[in-house]
Design a binder for this molecule. Structure first.
Ligand code: HAM
Length: 417
């Protein structure tokens, strides 16, 4: 038997209902805040991710599903959505129609990481991005949306971690200080970090190798090197969060695994997911649109790990599974045809109706009605057909009612809507 690829998973009926519920909640919240949906391709040119996420990141160095298509062009299954959204924004000049663009997208991403709980090779993200707003209030709005969604979805034990990564002006000074610190610990660095140290020392902060972590223990932090503008921006973000009564933790070591960030970055972490503790991550990336060939446009956004969100949501998943309003058990050819007509008419009108389309005995049909947990049952046989009425049984109360055959569709509708 052919098995699914390692790190990939099927989402089965019984689970999909909760996924759908979360999607509906997220879409409606996004719409309240003026976001519009954008749908972007799953495959992009490899260069797009290399240039935006950064050549020295784990994602680009080790985790992308990259291959050549038949014409030898290098293409990649998207490891995240932000780069593609920026590409699309530039390609279609969306900012010329409206300088402020608030966009969201929901879909699968691919990273060839070592699979474990909360970490998959195909996983899903719910993304939201704001373009054209430099104000710190945009960052606060995003964190507010995240926390509101998580509270509506009964996600417990979450903490907002925030940090600032500075800008083109102040970050080089910090990088120098970090490099000086790393000079003293170079023998403790893993081969990847030795290479990263001179090119991109911030990446060392993100390394999970224990000796690198140890080397970084007393490393200088970016927040202590912020220029006046970055400092004022970060202060405003924090002030807005305080006003909105969103508790946050200033996490001086939060660097995120992607290179495009500037100024405020954040993660929503939870204690219930073990090592994979980030349910969502994001931040400002004011330089990316220009770096990818567009004009200078401020940007900020986040992505929620949908799979992780499902794992930490306390909602009762069974409550989203919809059972049929009605099951019609039919005996005999004429009854079966009549039942079929009713079930189509009722389905068309929004009443979830099930019947056995093949030919089975009453006992097996009643078993099926039970299995499906139908709200009402009608038994329709030759006797009912000749008497002109059927019995409609409410399966919860066991109350039975006689209904004229000519009125079945309307009678069921009156009881179910
Ligand atoms: P990211 O931190 O790489 O950021 O991913 C965001 C979230 O996706 C993570 O916090 C996590 O919940 C989930 N995630 C990441 N990798 C996996 C995996 N292998 N399995 C399951 N879940 C995973 C980004 O992707 C940025 N594009 C976020 C962003 C949007 N920044 C600005 N705008």
């Amino acid at each position: 038997m052919i098995q699914i690829i390692r790190g990939f998973k099927d989402i089965l009926p019984g689970e999909t209902e909760l996924w759908q519920h979360i999607e509906i909640c997220a879409r409606s919240l996004f719409e309240n805040f003026g976001f519009k949906e954008i749908r972007i391709p799953i495959l992009e040119k490899t260069e797009l991710f290399a240039r935006s996420i950064g050549e020295d990141t784990d994602i680009v160095e080790k985790e992308m599903y990259t291959f050549e298509d038949r014409k030898g062009e290098k293409i990649t299954l998207r490891p995240e959505a932000t780069a593609s959204i920026v590409r699309s924004l530039i390609q279609h000049g969306l900012y010329t129609k409206n300088p402020v663009q608030k966009l969201y997208t929901i879909g699968p991403m691919f990273r060839r990481e070592r699979p474990q709980k909360g970490r998959y090779r195909q996983f899903y993200q719910i993304n939201a991005e704001i373009f054209g707003v430099g104000s710190a209030l945009a960052d606060a709005e995003l964190i507010f949306i995240l926390m509101t969604l998580f509270s509506r979805l009964s996600v417990k034990n979450t903490e907002a971690h925030i940090n600032s990564l500075g800008c083109r002006e102040c970050r080089p000074i910090y990088k120098e200080a970090l490099n000086t610190h790393l000079d003293d610990f170079s023998s403790m660095l893993c081969p990847d970090c030795v290479r990263r140290k001179s090119r991109n020392p911030l990446r060392v902060l993100d390394c999970k190798v224990p000796s690198c972590r140890l080397a970084m223990e007393n490393a200088p932090a970016m927040v202590d090197f912020l220029c006046d503008d970055c400092n004022a921006h970060f202060e405003e973000t924090k002030q807005a969060l305080e006003m909105l009564k969103i508790p946050f933790i200033l996490d001086r070591n939060l660097v995120r695994g992607l290179d495009y960030y500037t100024r405020t970055t954040f993660e929503i972490q939870t204690s219930v997911l073990g090592a994979q503790n980030a349910v969502a991550g994001g931040g400002r990336y004011d330089g990316l649109v220009q770096a990818l060939g567009g004009p200078q446009i401020s940007a900020t956004g986040f992505a929620i790990g949908f799979d992780r969100l499902i794992e930490v949501s306390d909602l009762d998943r069974d409550s989203f599974v919809k059972s049929p309003h009605l099951f019609i058990a039919a005996l005999g050819e004429k009854s079966r045809m009549k039942a079929f007509e009713w079930s189509c008419r009722l389905g068309e009108k929004g009443i979830r109706t099930e019947m056995e389309l093949g030919k089975k005995g009453l006992k097996s049909q009643m078993k099926q009605a039970d299995r499906l947990n139908a709200g009402f049952v009608i038994i329709m046989g030759e006797d009912e057909l000749s008497s002109g009425s059927v019995v409609l049984k409410d399966m919860k109360t066991s109350i039975q009612e006689q209904i004229p055959i000519t009125d079945v569709v309307d009678a069921v509708m009156r009881r179910c809507i």
